[in-house]
Design a protein around this ligand. Structure first.
Ligand SMILES: *[C@@H]1O[C@H](CO)[C@@H](O)[C@H](O)[C@H]1NC(C)=O
Ligand SMILES: *[C@@H]1O[C@H](CO)[C@@H](O)[C@H](O)[C@H]1NC(C)=O
Length: 168
């Protein structure tokens, strides 16, 4: 049911990912980004910013927070100033800038293999990126994530991308 949009978004994100494409597992593939986008907001690319609970402020299809964007090194739209008010929102609601934010965030936190292997399976792959996106790179080792709506959506999308049978 989410396949057509996943494919479209995956295609769009390929524009971002192709710049950094390679068989480097510490980098985020376009299909991985597409599934994290699906999991975050059903990849609603017209989403603005919202405050779902006091102190929580998230923007764009990836539901990026200000601290997350800061950890990613504050990527901005062309000619924007990272220290200017609104630079965060402008980037997070732009699909390409948001994808770049995600890519930089994962690159930063993947450098520490032990910390980045969130599910302790010995490899750092898209599943770990999905954990880190939701739990943060400073402490992503929380198995209870698998019970969340976010993770269920991610897993469904990721299975489709990887050609798994719906029945398992
Ligand atoms: C993957 O990318 C990281 C960060 O850019 C780099 O440090 C690492 O050496 C690369 N690994 C491979 C196998 O190319
Ligand atoms: C996407 O988000 C916008 C803004 O919240 C909303 O109006 C719209 O209905 C959403 N689109 C979908 C497909 O959910």
């Amino acid at each position: 049911m989410s396949l057509p949009k996943s494919v479209l978004v995956t295609f769009a994100l390929a524009l971002v990912a192709c710049v950094v494409y390679g068989q480097n597992q510490s980098q985020v593939s376009s299909s991985c980004m597409g599934c994290i986008c699906e999991a975050s907001s059903n990849c609603n690319t017209t989403l603005g910013c919202s405050t779902p609970y006091p102190g929580g402020y998230f923007c764009g299809a990836f539901l990026i927070s200000f601290p997350y964007w800061t950890d990613a090194g504050k990527p901005v739209l062309q000619n924007d100033d990272p220290e200017k008010k609104g630079a965060f929102e402008n980037c997070a609601i732009d699909l390409y800038c948001a994808a770049e934010t995600l890519r930089r965030y994962m690159k930063k936190f993947s450098s520490n293999h032990n910390r980045a292997d969130c599910n302790d399976d010995g490899v750092i792959d898209c599943v770990d990126f999905a954990y880190m996106h939701h739990l943060g790179g400073y402490g992503c080792n929380d198995p209870s994530i698998v019970t969340t709506d976010y993770y269920t959506k991610f897993q469904t999308c990721w299975n489709v991308v990887n050609g798994a049978q719906p029945s398992g």
